[in-house]
Write a protein that binds this ligand. Sequence first.
Ligand code: SF4
Ligand code: SF4
Length: 173
Amino acid sequence: MSSFTPITDLKHIHEFSKLKERENDRFKEFLGNTVSEEVDELVRELDAMVSPTISCVTCGNCCKSLMVCINDAEADALSAHLNQSRKEFDDQYLEKGSNGMMIMNRMPCHFLADNKCTVYEYRFEGCKEFPALHLPNFKRRLFTTFMHYDRCPIIFNVVEQIKDRIGFERDTN
Ligand code: SF4
Ligand code: SF4
């Protein structure tokens, strides 16, 4: 039986992250010399261990800071669910880039209330995927992963566990 106890206090994670900036830079370099497939397997294992121990409804940080790309099918489905025309929906909620990319026009997300998604069945693919630790190529997503290290307890705990499991030497102070 695993004795893993996650760190879940968001303030502590935020403060701790500031102290770990240099160590994390070294860690990212260290990962450069590891085998991608082995890292992916470890990350998937740790994600499966950590995720069930974290309560997303006491956090909600991704919905307050994640820039999710939205496609037409998703916007069609959610606007229909909200009984809005696509134009009403787009005008109210979306920002469109010149390349046709659509994102939410506000952070925190319009659909977040009391740390819960009010359109959960219709949430976007990017919301479902986050924090994406189950996907291959973890090493290619270090930038976005570490962007959320200081605010996503799942990412934070998985990264700290990887350090222990992979033979990385932590800073001593
Ligand atoms: S749609 Fe729901 S899950 Fe996605 S960012 Fe908004 S509140 Fe969060
Ligand atoms: S930031 Fe991470 S822990 Fe917080 S709600 Fe999102 S996925 Fe869950």
